[in-house]
Design a protein around this ligand. Structure first.
Ligand SMILES: *Cc1c(COP(=O)(O)O)cnc(C)c1O
Length: 459
């Protein structure tokens, strides 16, 4: 038997994808000014840009869409979603929102009581950091140092460094800490999980100082699966039980349901027992998202999310899901390609710093690799390195990222192992000719979030 976990589903509807010829890919990339964000999706064969909102829904979800109640207030679909979230989390209060950042913009400013406050996180996701800063607070990351030791095994590279966290709290004083945010899994570090033991200790720390503990749980189910696989004390518990223990340790749950909600759009705020905070969130939801029984979603979207949340807790699904990531990472690692190891729950992160050592950081080595991979194969990936990082606001200099990642995100229930084999072959082919890759510079550089719309040219 070959060593992999076969998918617990079969295909009943297909979406054609086409690999356009090399010459057309060349033209498309040129037209996109060497920025893969500017490619039309029709020029892409296998799209590993993100796992966010790109997954496939089940026939149960498609059937649930038909039952959407589109009432403005008091929609039946809302009550169904609310009950599902209460059952999974054990929390008392639920608000749907249009996606994860909607939850952030509603909740986070409510926790910032005065100027000079901070959030502490294992690692803030980009949009979370942006909303922390927009709320006038600072964002401090305290992930364990092993997270940055890319090629060494650690079962829970998303863990909080407890000493660093405590010293940040004591240094800034507890009354200046607006909240502790645990990102599960740790997206920016490659979908690295957090252990139950670590979450417990963070929870105790938060209680000791009276600081609310927020779970940024876009991938809470994937995190629970890693706990079951790697933390012995939890091997015999179901995913649902493990998830429940995770929720018991936190006070507030924010979620981009575009990940483990198994839907194309949607998000959630759930609050344990702070009724006053829930009331404040409802007020802000009306202003920013929509009436609190739809929060920017159609009734049918809430139906699909209610079903998706349940499906994301199925062990067979999660086993296959995590195995796809491992399956993609393994042959690349065997070939000597440096990557975040062990791979996380949703993506393979390849470090192009060494691979393209002849390209300086401000000529964007990972972007060069991503572009070459697209030309080679029609596979779209994304740079997470110095191009994304941007410039120092004071000096205007390009900042140097510690890693030059090429991220290959795997959408849920979307591609087969055969697709992944194709991606592996393509990455290996580009790796073989890595010395011929050239750096890039700007033809046009936007003032903020430059990677999305930059125009690049080869130097
Ligand atoms: C995706 C994500 C968000 C933001 O959610 P959107 O749905 O993209 O707005 C926040 N936190 C984490 C950990 C995420 O992965």
């Amino acid at each position: 038997m070959r060593d992999f976990s076969p998918p617990p589903y079969r295909i009943k509807m297909v979406e054609p994808i086409r690999r356009i010829p090399w010459k057309e890919r060349e033209k498309a990339l040129l037209k996109a000014h060497n920025n893969l964000f500017l490619l039309p999706s029709e020029a892409v064969y296998i799209d590993l840009l993100t796992d966010s909102g790109t997954g496939a829904m089940s026939h149960f979800q498609w059937a649930a869409l038909m039952q959407g109640d589109e009432s403005y207030a008091g929609s039946r679909s809302f009550y169904r979603l609310e009950q599902t979230v209460k059952n999974i989390t054990g929390y008392g209060y639920v608000i749907p929102v249009h996606q994860g950042r909607g939850a952030e913009q509603v909740l986070l400013p409510l926790l910032v009581k005065h100027p000079g406050m901070y959030f502490i996180s294992n690692m803030h996701f980009d949009t979370t950091r942006a909303h922390v800063e927009l709320a006038g607070a600072g964002a401090l990351d305290c992930v364990i140092p092993e997270c940055h030791d890319v090629q060494s095994y650690h079962p829970f590279k998303g863990n909080m460094d407890l000493c660093a966290c405590r010293s940040r709290i004591e240094g800034h004083k507890a009354e200046n800490i607006a909240g502790i945010i645990m990102t599960l899994t740790n997206n920016s570090a490659g979908g690295q999980p957090v252990s139950m033991e670590n979450l417990k200790q963070v929870s105790e720390l938060a209680k000791e100082f009276g600081i609310p503990l927020i779970m940024d749980g876009a991938r809470f189910a994937e995190n629970a699966a890693f706990i079951k696989m790697r933390e012995e004390a939890y091997a015999e518990f179901s995913i649902r039980e493990i998830a429940r223990k995770m929720f018991d340790l936190c006070d507030i749950f924010l979620m981009s349901a575009k990940k483990d909600g198994l839907v194309n759009i949607g998000g959630l705020i759930a609050i344990g027992d702070d009724e006053a905070l829930f009331g404040q969130c409802r007020v802000r939801t009306v202003a920013y998202e929509g009436f609190p029984t739809y929060g920017g979603l159609a009734g049918r979207d809430m139906e699909a999310m209610a079903v998706g949340l349940e499906e994301s807790l199925e062990l067979d699904y999660l086993t296959h899901r995590l195995d796809q990531v491992r399956y993609l990472a393994e042959p690349l690692r065997r070939a000597g390609i440096p990557l975040q190891y062990p791979p996380g729950g949703h993506a393979v992160f390849i470090d192009c710093k060494e691979i393209c050592a002849h390209i300086p950081y401000d000529r964007f080595p990972a972007q060069s690799f991503c572009n070459a991979l697209y030309l080679e194969s029609g596979v779209r990936t994304v740079e997470v390195g110095s191009l994304l990082l941007g410039r120092d606001p004071q000096s205007g200099e390009n900042l140097e990222s510690p890693f030059e990642w090429m991220r290959l995100s795997i959408p849920r229930r979307t591609y087969t192992y055969a697709h992944l084999d194709y991606v592996t072959e393509a990455v290996l082919a580009v790796y073989e000719k890595r010395e011929s890759l050239r750096g890039l510079c700007f033809e046009y550089e936007p003032p903020v979030l430059r990677h999305f719309t930059a125009k690049l040219k080869y130097v």
